[in-house]
Design a binder for this molecule. Structure first.
Ligand code: HEC
Length: 154
């Protein structure tokens, strides 16, 4: 059997190492991209019943681009809310589509208990379903609420 030339072996090893390095650099760049981009992509499952069979669909949801909204969300809302799943409170993704009147939504966020006094049916049902008092946020300006909503409900 012909012996492999050790120099040649070394060469092969070196090119494999080089290829690995390139892969690592490219991969690292991608991971960095994902961590530094301010919009987040969530994937979530939803069950639909089609003709009696439960079908699981996978969806992706991308948050809006608002670094200020994201920060406010993390500091003030995340202990009860997630974007893509319910926790103490409902998942906030797409929440704007659930409120017919955006002024009501702003009033709710500023003071949910006070808003409940208006007798709004959607809000009352929501409160009944979750049964936890959402604290008031009188310190939030309309601009800050707008940024929060851009983030969770672009
Ligand atoms: C202490 C827990 C808690 C915190 C903190 C909190 N929420 Fe809530 N939120 C709730 C609960 C619980 C509900 C459901 C209604 C209820 O029980 O009052 C709710 C409901 C909502 C709704 C209506 C959701 C829908 O599906 O229509 C919005 C919008 C909302 N919260 C926004 C916010 C924002 C924005 C913040 C941060 C500034 C925040 N919440 C902080 C607990 C919280």
């Amino acid at each position: 059997m012909k012996e492999l030339d050790p120099n040649k072996l070394k060469q092969i090893n070196n090119s494999a190492l080089l290829a690995l390095c390139i892969l690592l650099i490219l991969g690292g760049g991608l991971v960095w991209e994902v961590f530094t981009s301010s919009s987040k992509i969530f994937s979530y499952e939803e069950q639909t019943v089609l003709g009696g069979c439960g079908v699981t669909n996978n969806f992706v949801y991308e948050t809006g681009n608002s670094p200020e909204g994201e920060l406010l969300f993390q500091v003030k809302c995340q202990r009860c809310h997630l974007v893509d799943r319910k926790m103490t409170g409902p998942a906030l993704m797409g929440v704007r589509n659930r409120w017919a009147d955006s002024t009501d939504l702003y009033s709710w966020i500023k003071n949910s208990q006070k808003f409940l006094e208006t007798g709004d049916k959607y809000a009352i049902d929501l409160y009944k379903a979750y049964g936890t008092i959402m604290p008031p946020f009188p310190e939030l300006s309309d601009e800050q609420i707008a940024e929060l909503l851009i983030y969770v409900s672009p």
